[in-house]
Design a protein around this ligand. Structure first.
Ligand SMILES: Nc1ncnc2c1ncn2[C@@H]1O[C@H](COP(=O)(O)OP(=O)(O)OP(=O)(O)O)[C@@H](O)[C@H]1O
Ligand SMILES: [Mg+2]
Length: 227
């Protein structure tokens, strides 16, 4: 089943002489449960692509369907709600809210939606993330690996259609990197969570089911390594 479909996606930044074509007519689709690694040189358009898949920015042209919803047909309010419910985003620098506790950071997407927290789901999630002893801590009282696990929790609490990660291990040492990747893989394999990860780390890319290489805003290679 197709969970994500991108059609002729193009993104220009700026105008006139300083205009940059960051993405140039990119099309592909992803099936539910796939783990896709996105690789490519610096400046090739990887983050731009992820932002467009996540509804964070709007394309210059082209379409993005997430679970059959044409997301750029939504207005700003609808898109914000859709993003909160259906897209789990993870960044290199965690992007946690410093004045909120671990528990509040994780459940924030639900609270913004005025949805009740499923305590059983929360308990299970924080146990898997090994954060059950840290629920009342603030982000600055946590290690980098722990902070990234909180951001994984926040991304997963609303059971999103797709999970997008931009260099999730880029700020971590190799032990914490392996832990984060093992967790993401576990959610992918056990819960069939669709996962797209931008990485510069070849060891991570080799664990994916499929590797998409971006060069100069285009798909240079799209290889299934694990059918
Ligand atoms: N807000 C912006 N305004 C203007 N140009 C931008 C903007 N964001 C990105 N670009 C340009 O678009 C191109 C693609 O950038 P992008 O951030 O997607 O690359 P990337 O593949 O994620 O690189 P890296 O591996 O360094 O993170 C680059 O040439 C960049 O300079
Ligand atoms: Mg980037």
């Amino acid at each position: 089943m197709e969970i994500l479909k991108i059609e002729h996606l193009t993104k220009m930044y700026g105008k006139g002489e300083t205009a940059v074509k960051a993405l140039d007519d990119v099309s592909f689709s992803v099936n539910k449960g796939e783990f896709v690694a996105i690789i490519g040189p610096s400046g090739s358009g990887k983050s731009t692509l992820l932002h467009l898949l996540g509804g964070v920015d709007r394309p210059t042209s082209g379409k993005v369907f997430v679970d059959n919803t044409d997301i750029y047909e939504l207005d700003e309010t609808q898109l914000a709600i859709f993003r909160r419910r259906q897209i789990g985003l993870i960044y290199q620098f965690y992007n946690l809210i410093p004045v909120l506790t671990v528990e509040e950071n994780i459940t924030l997407p639900l609270l913004l939606d005025e949805h009740k927290v499923d305590q059983k789901q929360l308990t299970e999630l924080v146990k898997i993330l090994n954060l059950d002893q840290r629920l009342q801590h603030l982000p600055n009282q946590l290690s980098g690996g722990q902070q990234q696990r909180v951001s994984i929790g926040r991304a997963l609490i609303s059971n999103p259609a797709i999970m997008l990660a931009d260099e999730p291990t880029g700020n971590l040492d190799s032990k914490n990197s392996s832990e984060i990747i093992d967790l993401l893989k576990m959610f992918n394999k056990t819960f069939k969570q669709t996962l797209l990860v931008i990485t510069h780390d070849e060891r991570i890319a080799l664990q994916a089911d499929r590797v998409i290489a971006i060069e100069d805003g285009r798909i240079a290679k799209d290889e299934v390594i694990r059918p």
